[in-house]
Design a protein around this ligand. Sequence first.
Ligand code: BGC
Ligand code: ZN
Length: 366
Amino acid sequence: MKAIAVRPGTPHTVHLRDVPKPRLADFGSDTGVLVKTLKVGVDATDREIDEALYGQAPPGDEYLVLGHECFGVVEEVGPAVKSVKPGDFVTATVRRPGKSLFDLMGHNDMTSDETYYERGISLLHGYLTEWFLDDEHYIVRVPQGLAHLGVLMEPASVVAKAIDQAYEAQRRLRVWRPKRAFVLGAGQIGLLATVSLRLRGIEVYTLARSEAPTLNSEIVEAYEATYVSTAKTSMDELVANVGKADLIIDATGSSKVAFDAMTALGKNGALVWTSVTGGDRRTDAPTDRINLEWVLGNKLLLGSVNGNRWHFEMGMRDLAMAEMMYPGVTQRILTHPVKGLANYREMMDLLTQAKPPLKVFVEVAS
Ligand code: BGC
Ligand code: ZN
């Protein structure tokens, strides 16, 4: 079968290759699920792996199959599989267990191991193939009514975890009812965070560079949030106009913005960082002011990565509720379909544009 792969460690090696089709019979246990891939979303992570900023091949292979945002249909299941059946729409989680206590408890997303295993990213092949096989444990059923949003399940899980972690950590306050949130970045993560927070009744300001109107700004407004172009209104000006935020989620991919956000957080607030920044940028920051305000304001900084299966389930519930509250808005995120694995070049060209499109995804099969 065909797959889109790279040679990790060497920049710009994305290519199409033949890989063996996985067989249920070869799976080590009776809980295997063979999935026919329908669509796979791609993003900056795939681009940065092709740039060799990170990404590792599985031991024994010199290539890594890309793709961590999958959507497919179950083709065959092992005899002990209970939760899905042939014909069901599914997605799959990304991270697989390592050795730490967190992994042993099933909290792979919180691993404390230095080495982590992620399909399509680190040490495990991804989903940009015609079929994939995995244990039932990592396969999450997608409701029929959300099939049109299939490739957004993984990004939605990342958002669900980030928000859930903020609420979990804020239990330190005994009571936390955030009223105002800033979402930094209006890419897929920023937009999904915007709607998830709106669904919790929070007043949301979503900040991005481009001046409105853009598709991104229209989606933000359609979710009844406020779009703020930082080309016109800086974060400081926004704070002067509306006040500091109780919750800030950074999804810009810029470590500078992530640090700048520290001056926009209100007392008892939480700032969540979600960007994976592969570079080695340095930045200047008003450290005395930040230190003082953060101590006097009991503020919290939280990093959040990956989504476990319950975050996929939470993310799906938010997407379902978003469809009820804002029908048809979320699918506007899905801007750039690429037809077939053979068009991998077009896929990477889109991802490497100076201003990459909102969402690129490969239609592997229909
Ligand atoms: C993925 C996560 C993953 C993280 C770090 C993100 O792009 O969405 O699932 O844990 O990269 O590799
Ligand atoms: Zn992704």
